[in-house]
Design a protein around this ligand. Structure first.
Ligand SMILES: [Zn+2]
Length: 269
């Protein structure tokens, strides 16, 4: 492992830890991405993941609305909106009614060297009154466990951020992976806050819309990842909105505007 790279990654992260993310403070630009492979071409890449698909319908509303159809429709609408925006490329993990595993979805984001990965959902909650949009990042505990698990598995530590780790001893590899993972996690937290700030007042939000959970689809150590619950099919008002093309277009327009800004900022960092 290149010693200079290790140092720049280390100092970058220390600086980011000291300067970035104080609660409630205005952030000073995206954390730098030391040693990161640039994404293909001059564009920022957003990988959009329509949740569920194929034999997995996801949640099903009282009127029969299937989550897999809602998520695909919203993702296609976001892609169409962003298609005209310079400097942003949108890739869908699926563009049809196909089944995909969660690791396959995560891998697509990694292969594209995406600036941002966003999985779109419209799930069900035990409480039928729960409604509104929310955004999830990977829970801190799950994020820590992930770094530990990755470090423990030789096949996954061969390279990260394009840096060959095969010659690194176990401890060095573990430190590098932890730094990389922490970096993506911090970028995901900033993206989450921007997205919710942007949607506030334009879309109905769930209480405490900034959430964290142990979702497998958020476990890319390299790509800042979010999961957006666009609403709840278990709520009759939300189901009415989510099955209506015009309401979906509105949700997509708000999300697209937020994502376009976030991705270009990540790209230019
Ligand atoms: Zn879902």
């Amino acid at each position: 492992v290149n010693r200079r790279f290790v140092l720049s990654l280390l100092f970058g992260t220390i600086a980011q830890t000291l300067l970035g993310l104080p609660a409630g403070a205005k952030h000073r630009g995206w954390p730098p991405l030391p040693g990161r492979k640039p994404a293909l071409g001059p564009k920022a890449t957003i990988v959009l993941d329509p949740g569920h698909g194929g034999r997995d319908p996801g949640a099903i509303g009282a009127r029969g609305t299937r989550e897999k159809d809602v998520t695909l429709a919203i993702c296609r609408a976001i892609r169409n909106t962003l298609a005209g925006l310079r400097g942003v490329r949108v890739v869908l993990t699926r563009d049809g009614d196909t089944y995909m595993t969660l690791p396959e979805r995560v891998a697509i984001a990694g292969r594209w060297g995406a600036e941002l990965f966003i999985s779109i959902h419209a799930d069900a909650a035990p409480n039928p009154a729960a409604r509104g949009l929310s955004a999830y990042t990977l829970a801190e505990k799950a994020s820590d466990d992930l770094a530990a698990a990755l470090a423990a598995r030789e096949n996954q530590v061969d390279s990260i951020y394009g840096v060959d780790l095969s010659g690194a001893d176990r401890q060095t590899a573990a430190i590098l992976i932890d730094l990389a993972r922490r970096h993506s996690h911090n970028s995901a937290l900033l993206a989450q806050r921007k997205l919710i700030d942007h949607a506030d007042g334009k879309l109905r939000l769930l209480e405490n819309p900034l959430r964290a959970a142990d979702f497998a689809v958020l476990k890319s150590p390299e790509v800042p990842s979010l999961l957006v619950e666009t609403g709840f099919l278990s709520n009759r008002h939300d189901e009415t909105l989510l099955r209506d093309e015009r309401s979906r277009a509105r949700i997509a327009a708000v999300l697209a505007a937020a994502m376009g800004t976030i991705a270009s900022e990540l790209k230019s960092a």
